[in-house]
Design a protein around this ligand. Structure first.
Ligand SMILES: Nc1ncnc2c1ncn2[C@@H]1O[C@H](COP(=O)(O)OP(=O)(O)OP(=O)(O)O)[C@@H](O)[C@H]1O
Length: 330
């Protein structure tokens, strides 16, 4: 079966997330995504575009209070938004796992790495302590932590940044989840360690057949690891396509502008900050094209109507009136 024919493992349908409180934030505005088994999708966009909020919604990690969510999220056939606490607890770790930029969000400072992995395997799989401990060692070896046996008894603060990142990956993958959610896991690392971790993640992803959603603001990282890319702007996906589609033939003026200056020499660490102007405040739900104020190809209709979602092929959607035109980049 080709990748395009595989049934989706993750289906996000018209997801809308609004935070209410002192000020209202329309963080995610009608996001739809469908990700088959074994695919790495890069969620690319500048700061505040709604990448992390989308990812957190998939694991139900958003605060319950003052968060309004509509739309649907299905993972491996399960309705994530309808799960009760017991189902959710089994779902996290076993079906879906998450890694972060900062390992401190996942690793507990008062327990050794070995104990944390062991505990996760015991809790999620009902395994014995000995089985959990054996798995912990296996995982530390899998993520290539040197002297793995000795490191089982190390605390997170006794490890370097790169090693802690590997330990967090070991913990996240210990119960062999079907889906890995990665929220900028390599951003804080220096370039050499970053590439090692990306290569490791790609290898583990292939070996375990996982689907991955990889959040990044870094085009170089997306090029390194993703099969497909979805570009977010102001809580919406403005363009999706294969990595090749996006890098070689982006149609929306936002990714076109971002990529024009970087595509030939895209390096890791290169931020998406090349377009003049700032993103909208998100205090209101979009009623027209959110990018219009910054777009050098803007037309009157862009300021009065939401742009259409133009399907250019399977899994290739562009939200722009110019989707089918070849416009010069500026
Ligand atoms: N719990 C919350 N309450 C209110 N607003 C929030 C909350 N969480 C996120 N936001 C807001 O939602 C918007 C989207 O945030 P999000 O973290 O998803 O952006 P991002 O694209 O991941 O950016 P970054 O790369 O900076 O993390 C931002 O305006 C953010 O301030």
């Amino acid at each position: 079966m080709t990748e395009a024919n595989k049934p989706p493992l993750i289906e996000i349908d018209n997801l809308t997330i609004r935070f209410t409180g002192e000020r209202t934030v329309h963080a995610v505005n009608g996001v739809s995504l469908s990700i088959p088994e074994g695919q790495v999708l890069g969620l690319l966009g500048e700061s505040g575009s709604g990448k992390s909020v989308t990812l957190r919604a998939l694991m139900r990690l958003l605060p319950k209070k003052r968060t309004q969510i509509t739309g649907g999220i299905k993972v491996a056939g399960q309705d994530v938004l309808a799960m009760d606490d017991a189902t959710l607890s089994a779902f996290r770790g076993r079906t879906v796992s998450m890694i972060f930029q900062e390992p401190a969000l996942a690793l507990d400072p008062v327990y050794t790495i070995g104990d944390q992995i062991t505990e996760s395997v015991v809790r999620h799989e009902g395994a014995s302590h000995a089985t959990g401990r054996a798995r912990a060692l296996e995982m530390l070896e899998l993520v290539r932590i040197p002297s793995a046996k000795r490191r089982l008894d190390a605390y997170p603060h006794e490890m370097s940044g790169g090693m802690r990142q590997r330990a967090m990956i070991a913990l996240a993958l210990a119960c062999r989840p079907q889906v890995l959610l990665a929220d900028e896991p390599t951003t804080a690392l220096d370039a050499t360690v970053q590439i090692q971790i990306l290569l490791l993640l790609r290898e583990l992803q292939k070996e375990m057949g996982m689907s991955v959603i990889f959040v990044t603001h870094d085009i170089g990282v997306a090029i390194e690891i993703c099969d497909r890319v979805a570009v977010m702007y102001a809580g919406q996906i403005v363009e999706t396509g294969s990595l090749r589609d996006i890098v070689r033939d982006a149609r929306h003026p936002y990714p076109r502008g971002l990529l024009a200056s970087t595509v030939h020499g895209a390096k890791r660490g290169q931020r998406l900050e090349t377009i003049p102007g700032t993103p909208p405040s998100l205090s209101e739900a979009p009623a027209s094209c959110s990018f219009a104020p910054r777009c050098s190809h803007v037309r009157p209709i862009c300021r009065t109507q939401l742009p259409p979602a133009v399907e250019l092929g399977p899994n290739r959607v562009v939200r722009c009136v110019l989707a089918e035109e070849t416009v010069p980049v500026s």
